[in-house]
Design a protein around this ligand. Structure first.
Ligand code: T3D
Length: 265
């Protein structure tokens, strides 16, 4: 990988860090970035050695969404920007891949997260922000509508009333306010962001990975199903979790009064 690679990946132990790498544009998304992100997520899914994923941005930005220059170019002379097709072929795949990912994804939100970049931040399972980060439903500012899952994710996190206000005004939400709204899990000093995220990632990397994947699946399923259907799904998931080596280890360690050694199996 060179410094010009738009998506950087680095693996340390069970932790894979994926970094958006266009710092001069706050990591505005281009097609090679979207392709690289999707590929890195797929690779993390396949590789049993990866037990946690961290998503972050190089430089002072997390991601301000679609590169507007690239969008304008796509429109060319015709004025048909092809947004629907582009979303279906890129962002939508990324968001679904994240939400269905069997490993936990931590967003290390180091700076502005706007437009589809905010959607990507919201699609992370755990979101820790630097205190200088801002969250912007920027779509309305350029005459577009929230996409990449924003209409589904944001109201579920902060409620319909607040989500609508942010979407209609496109105002910048500072990290501290995002925390108070329930949009993110934690705010830390800028200088502490990666250390804090790594500490959490270490904890998750030694957790029963399959069980974490099933927890994610259970919550995702319950968001769109009835209590009755969710009870049934929980029972299926519990059967699957019960068959993992890590569950066997957890039970054995508890009864032997020792800390469990989970291997993600
Ligand atoms: O294509 C499809 O499939 C449709 C999908 C659409 C999804 C979307 O994401 S639409 C929404 C796109 N995003 C935006 O509208 C946000 C635009 N950016 C901003 O509003 C601001 O940059 C921020 C609030 C995010 C940060 O402001 P600030 O003052 O900290 O930074 P800045 O000076 O505005 O930006 C720094 C540089 O990054 C600057 O470049 P320059 O002038 O130094 O060469 C700026 O142009 C560039 N940049 C920031 N965002 C984008 C961008 N360049 C291209 N596209 C961007 N989205």
């Amino acid at each position: 990988m060179t410094e010009h690679t738009p998506i950087l990946t680095e693996q340390q132990g069970g932790i894979l860090t994926i970094t958006f790498n266009r710092p001069e544009k706050l990591n505005a998304m281009t097609d090679p970035m979207l392709e690289g992100l999707l590929e890195a997520l797929k690779q993390a899914e396949r590789d049993p050695a990866v037990r946690v994923v961290i998503l972050t941005g190089a430089g002072r930005g997390f991601c301000p969404g679609q590169d507007l220059g690239a969008a304008k170019e796509r429109g060319g002379e015709t004025g048909d920007y092809g947004y629907g097709k582009h979303l279906r072929e890129t962002y939508n795949l990324v968001i679904l891949r994240m939400r269905r990912h069997p490993k936990p994804i931590i967003g290390a939100i180091n700076g502005p997260a706007a437009g589809a970049g905010m959607s990507i931040a919201l699609a992370c399972d755990l979101r820790i922000a630097a205190e200088s980060a801002v969250f912007v439903q920027a779509f309305v500012k350029v005459g577009l509508v929230p996409d990449s899952g924003a209409t589904w994710l944001l109201p579920r996190l902060i409620g319909q009333t607040r989500a609508l206000e942010l979407m209609l005004t496109g105002r910048k939400v500072p990290a501290q306010e995002a925390l108070e709204l329930g949009m993110i899990h934690q705010v830390v000093a800028d200088s502490q962001l990666m250390a804090t995220v790594h500490e959490l990632a270490q904890t998750l990397a030694s957790a029963p990975t399959k069980s974490i994947g099933y927890i994610k699946r259970g919550l995702e399923f319950a968001a769109t199903h009835t209590l009755e259907e969710s009870l049934e799904y929980e029972a299926d998931l519990q059967d699957m979790a019960g068959r993992t080596a890590d569950h066997h280890e957890g039970l054995t360690a508890f009864l032997e009064k020792r800390p469990p050694q989970y291997r993600g199996e």
